[in-house]
Design a protein around this ligand. Structure first.
Ligand SMILES: Cc1ncc(COP(=O)(O)O)c(C=O)c1O
Length: 300
C-alpha cells in the first residue's frame, strides 16, 4: 500500500525459515519450523510468497534471508541451512526461473560469555559458508555465485562491553543460597530473566582476590525472576564493592528498559585508560518527560 501510494519499488530479501534451528551445539531440524519469523520452506508457504512478490510491480526480489539462531559454536548449522536453501532454489529455478542474487545467512556467530562457550574465529564460519555454497553451485549450470551476506550482531560488540554495578545488601539462607544484590538487573540486561542467559562476573575493585564463596546476583526489580547470575564464585564482598559483568556490549544497553520505573544507566567509552561519558544516566525527570499536566476540565 505504501509503495503504491509513494509509487516506489522496493528491493527486498524474502525471509525464509529453512527448518533448521541452531541452539549452540544442537540443531533442531523440522519439516515445518514452528517460528514466528519468515516463510516456511517445507510447506509451500515460501513458494507462494515468492510467486506473489515476483508478480508484484512494487518489489524487486534481490534474494533471500534466513537467521537460524544465536550463539552458534559450530559451522554445521550454517552448512545444513545452505543445503536446504539451495536444494529449494533448484525448484525455484524450474518453477519460477528465479535464482537469488543475494543470500543473507543472518547472524549467530557465538561469543564467550562464560568458560563453557567456545566460539570459532569469524573466518571459520565464513569459509564454511563459502565452501558449502560453492559445492551447491555445481548444481546450477551457468549461474554466478550469489552475493553472500551475513549479519553478525553480538560477535562485533558483545565483548566490548562490561556492566559495572554497585553491590548492595546481601541475604544468606544457611545451606540454601547467598544472595548479593546490585543496583541494576533486568532493566539493563534483560537476557538472564528472559531466557536464562549466562554471564561471568568479577569484583571490579578486587580482581586479584581469590573467590571464597558462591553467591547469586539479584537484580533490583520486584520480580523473583530478576536474577542476573546464579552460583557465581566471588571473594568476600561488601556494599563498598563493584561487580563487573563482562560481555554485555550486545543486547544490553540497546535493550535496556524502565521496568519498575528504574532509570537506565550511563554509558562510558574507555580506551587506553581514558574514559568518556557518551550516554548520561537517566534521571527521574527523564522518566516523566512525556507526562502532561492534568487538565481538570477533562475529568469533571
Ligand atoms: C535477523 C537477525 N539477524 C542477525 C541477528 C544477530 O544475531 P547474533 O547477535 O546472535 O549474531 C539477529 C538476532 O536476533 C537476528 O534476528
Amino acid at each position: 500500500m505504501l509503495c503504491r501510494k509513494l509509487n516506489k519499488k522496493v528491493k527486498i530479501l524474502l525471509r525464509l525459515t529453512p527448518g533448521i534451528e541452531a541452539h549452540t551445539h544442537d540443531y533442531i531440524i523440522t519439516g515445518q519450523e514452528d517460528s514466528k519469523f519468515g516463510f516456511d520452506l517445507g510447506s509451500g508457504q515460501a513458494d507462494k510468497a515468492l510467486q506473489e512478490v515476483l508478480n508484484s510491480e512494487f518489489f524487486e526480489v534481490l534474494g533471500i534471508h534466513c537467521h537460524i539462531g544465536s550463539q552458534i559454536f559450530e559451522t554445521e548449522g550454517f552448512t545444513l541451512a545452505i543445503d536446504k536453501l539451495f536444494s529449494h532454489f533448484k525448484s525455484w529455478e524450474e518453477d519460477f526461473q528465479y535464482f537469488p542474487r543475494v543470500v543473507n545467512l543472518g547472524g549467530g556467530f557465538g561469543i564467550q560469555y562464560t568458560s563453557d562457550d567456545t566460539p570459532l574465529e569469524p573466518e571459520q564460519y565464513v569459509m564454511a559458508m563459502i565452501d558449502e555454497v560453492n559445492r551447491k553451485m555445481a548444481h546450477f549450470d551457468g549461474k554466478s555465485m550469489p552475493e553472500l551476506w551475513i549479519e553478525p550482531g553480538r560477535s562485533l560488540v558483545g565483548d566490548a562491553g562490561t556492566t559495572i554495578y554497585s553491590i548492595g545488601s546481601q541475604k544468606e539462607i544457611e545451606g540454601v543460597r547467598h544472595y548479593v544484590s546490585v543496583d541494576g538487573g533486568m532493566t539493563d540486561n534483560i537476557r538472564p530473566a528472559l531466557y536464562q542467559a549466562k554471564y561471568d562476573a568479577y569484583t571490579a575493585n578486587k580482581m586479584n582476590d581469590k573467590p571464597v564463596q558462591t553467591v547469586s546476583i539479584a537484580g533490583k526489580c520486584c520480580e523473583s525472576g530478576d536474577m542476573l547470575i546464579w552460583d557465581l564464585e566471588l571473594p568476600e564482598v561488601t556494599d563498598q564493592d563493584y561487580l563487573a559483568v563482562s560481555c554485555t556490549g550486545a543486547y544490553g544497553y540497546s535493550m535496556a528498559n524502565n521496568y519498575n520505573r528504574i532509570q537506565r544507566p550511563a554509558v562510558v567509552f574507555v580506551e587506553n585508560g581514558e574514559g568518556q561519558l557518551v550516554v548520561k544516566r537517566e534521571t527521574y525527570a527523564d522518566l516523566i518527560r512525556q507526562d502532561l499536566p492534568l487538565e481538570s476540565k477533562v475529568f469533571v
